[in-house]
Design a protein around this ligand. Sequence first.
Ligand code: F6R
Length: 592
Amino acid sequence: MCGIFAYYGDRTDAAKIVIKGLKELEYRGYDSWGVAYKTEDEIKITKEVGKIGDIKLTEQKFEKSKIAIGHSRWATHGGVNKKNAHPHSSTNKEIVLVHNGIFENYLEVKTKLEKKGYKFKSDTDTEVIAHLIYEHSKKHNFKDSIKKAIEEIEGRFAIVIINKENNNLIAARKGSPLIVGVGKTEGEYFIASDIPAFLQHTNKVIYLDDNQLLEIKNKNIKFFNLKEEKETKKRIIEIEWNVESAEKGDYPHFMIKEIMEQKDTLSRAINQDSKKIEKLAAAIKNAYGTYFVGCGTAGKVCMVGEYLFAKISKKHINFSFGSEFPNYKDFLTEKTLMLCVSQSGETADTLEAIEIAKSKKVKIASIVNVESSTMARISDITIPIKAGPEKAVASTKATTSQLAILTLLAYACDGGIYKGKQLLINTASQINDMLNPRYEDHIMEIAKKIQHVESMYIIGRGMNYPIALEAAIKLQEVSYIHAEGFAGGELKHGPIALISKNTPVIALVANDDCKKEILANATEVKARGGYIIGVSPENHPVFDYWIKVPDTGNSSPIVNIIPIQILAYQLAVLRKNDPDKPRNLAKSVTVK
Ligand code: F6R
């Protein structure tokens, strides 16, 4: 949520380097963008409303500069307009900064500053930070004035700041990610919210931890804990991701590229250290109360996990969305286990749930894609899904890899990890066969038919009930069609009133013990005029349109969601939406 990119080095086109980096981070927010850069004698600021992806670098004119900071915004405080776009500054640009996160008590601080005569140009919480740092700078040096300001800020944030006085650059974080890329020439640094933004320059990184600050001064970088004076030593880590894995290649959009990558990503998820999976499975088995926690799509994956564990390992799991987890705090003990699922590993609601669990000494496990993320680093056990960068806002390949790991864990919990691996290897090979242009054409036929509908519904039962909910999220977020998922059995208790002639209803019909009932539910819908799209290994007379999926037993959630991902993508394209950057959304939700 909000992308930050900064450059410090010897190249003289710092502003352009920053804009290029921001383009890679656009998936984190695309309401507006802005860059601030230092010339010989001043700080220049350029801001625009809209997507930075639309900006042609060749048409941009910037003066020479070796230091720049930039931001791609997902609006929180204040509307989407130029005055609220970052960077923000103090009155005479003494302090200029970019910010990701939320300054919760900003109104209180703003009132205090207003009483001292400060005037505000924007409606943002960020501008308050700029003035606050400036106020402290009257008594302290640049670094200490930032530390003093941070003492007054409640909430999660990542900030990068430059000032008029000198050529130092400072960044600090609490809760929101910031990573340093160490450039190839001496004293060159990139600072970004996510690694792919600077992969074209370097794969050497240093992670800024929570409550840490970094200062770049005279080409030297130093790290400090916010509450300590003395320097903290940090390690440079070489990461495996390469530029190609973060590029679109020949695909028109990241979303379809990432859907197609599921040919490989599933195998990568399951072909990892079995001992680690078995260790976590044993921890789940022995825990006195296990919570699976995630948000959005990752939350739906956790819900599937609840069913998988009930069915495969006869183990009861509690599910909670990250934002709802505080309601369970009284049930947490040292014997509880919390398993968090997250693509980014930076989702604020899930991180906050972890903080609550940690305060009760709960053991924390996580299944994440971004191995360098906060969640991975604060967990006692982390299983990486190894899906590679996921850049489209709608989660696809991460979802199926997370599902695969949970399936494997459920088998391992029952002592059958080998059986689980076999099932998933077979599933991966069937997905490989399924993902071909003919299959896409087949789904396109139904996409064209339903592209103008106002509403659609998805029904499933058992472990495919959460997949019906996930299917609805996928369709909503990129097609903007009203889509809702229901448990098949619940229809008759209310939602069936929504069905009229030709309302599309997708029925997820796996070859499992729910098959008869879900077909009966589809028949009830059809009797009220509904148009039934069956996602199933076999055709059935109740289906008006049949989308064939392989018969994969307990991994049916994995194969059932893939055609819906394709359908959602195709609907987005047909309806002229941007599938990679759907309206109002952002990847990595780092605000509560
Ligand atoms: C939907 C989607 C979101 C995320 C949610 C959690 O396609 O991507 O619902 O699943 O914001 O994000 P992570 O997995 O990064 O914790």
